[in-house]
Design a protein around this ligand. Structure first.
Ligand code: F6P
Length: 318
């Protein structure tokens, strides 16, 4: 193994830059040439590939987003796109590729692997929706960002005796809403994994109001319901003013936490090691240890939702 490349794909997440820095510097220290691919698989297909050096990754460890830029690439779902990507790598003598991204990015990696390219994947997404790792890269920062934003919402919600509904991202996984919701003492957490009902929420809110609770926060994971409709229903049924905040992309940016910087740094080095050993796979971090799964297996398991944490959060909100 002499030449490797790195790309970021799908939604960016905080810690990706720390990871890129680690891959480039660790790779060079091991005697490799490290190429950067701009704009994920789109840039790979379009051969937007450049040789990186130790200075290419200076002053980025603390920066959110990805200096390589990213994309969601439709061509990579076609055989023609995959063949173009393979040729772009082979024509430069690049034998191994590191892909930092979520589950969609790993589907592209599986196709490249089928064509004989070694691919090491690092789970980078704020969603924490992958079963083989306790933490995806960027999740910890996003949780802290959401907490800080909800703290601000709580100030104004309390001043006005309102109920605030805060929508987080999550892409079908309730981890971000649950972890942030538990940490802010949310009154109700709505996630795709658990059943919920407006009547139950209203009953809790009315009970809380009777005990002079000044404000209530409901955290809802995206795509589970329309938060504005929910706010209308709550206002109508409970007679309490209810407002909605959709956090959107602010929760995906920001300087990475210490945890994400170090997770990205360590996973980056592990991915380089994997390629140097002539292997493909995905790096995870479970029960305090780095673990490895095949790309194929990584695409099939389903993340287990933490029902105990969910029940505890519900129990404490009265
Ligand atoms: O996967 C990361 C994520 O932020 C999801 O939480 C969200 O559903 C999606 O990406 C949003 O994608 P986009 O930035 O393309 O709107």
């Amino acid at each position: 193994m002499n030449n490797i490349a790195v790309l970021t794909s799908g939604g960016d997440s905080p810690g990706m830059n720390a990871c890129i820095r680690s891959i480039v510097r660790y790779g060079i220290s091991m005697g490799l040439k490290v190429y950067g691919v701009r704009r994920g698989y789109s840039g790979l297909i379009e051969e937007d590939i450049f040789l990186m050096n130790e200075r290419s990754v200076g002053n980025i460890i603390q920066v959110g987003g990805t200096i390589l830029k990213t994309s969601r690439c439709k061509e990579m779902m076609t055989e023609a796109g995959v063949v173009q990507a393979v040729n772009a790598l082979k024509s430069r003598g690049i034998e191994g590729l590191i892909v930092i991204g979520g589950d969609g990015s790993m589907r592209g990696a599986r196709e490249l692997e089928k064509h004989g390219i070694l691919v090491a994947c690092i789970p980078g997404t704020i969603d924490n929706n992958l079963f083989y790792t306790d933490y995806t890269l960027g999740f910890d920062t996003a949780v802290n960002t959401v907490i800080s934003l909800i703290n601000n919402v709580r100030n104004t919600s309390m001043s006005h005796d309102r109920v605030s509904i805060v929508e987080t991202m999550g892409a079908g996984c309730g981890d971000l809403a649950l972890t942030a919701g538990l940490a802010v003492g949310a009154d109700f957490i709505i996630v795709p994994e658990m059943k919920w009902g407006v009547d139950d929420i209203c009953e809790r809110l009315v009970r809380a109001k009777k005990t002079k609770k000044e404000c209530s926060i409901i955290v809802v994971s995206e795509h589970v319901c329309d938060p504005n409709e929910l706010a209308k229903m709550i206002s109508m049924k409970c007679g309490i003013e209810c407002r909605t905040v959709i956090l959107g992309h602010v929760q995906r940016g920001g300087s990475p936490s210490a945890f994400d910087r170090n997770l990205g740094t360590k996973m980056g080095a592990k991915a380089v090691d994997m390629l140097m050993q002539g292997e493909s796979g995905v790096v995870g971090y479970t029960s305090g240890k780095f673990v490895y799964v095949s790309i194929e297996n990584a695409l099939h398991g389903r993340r287990k939702f933490d029902i105990n944490d969910y029940n505890l959060a519900q129990r404490l909100s009265f």
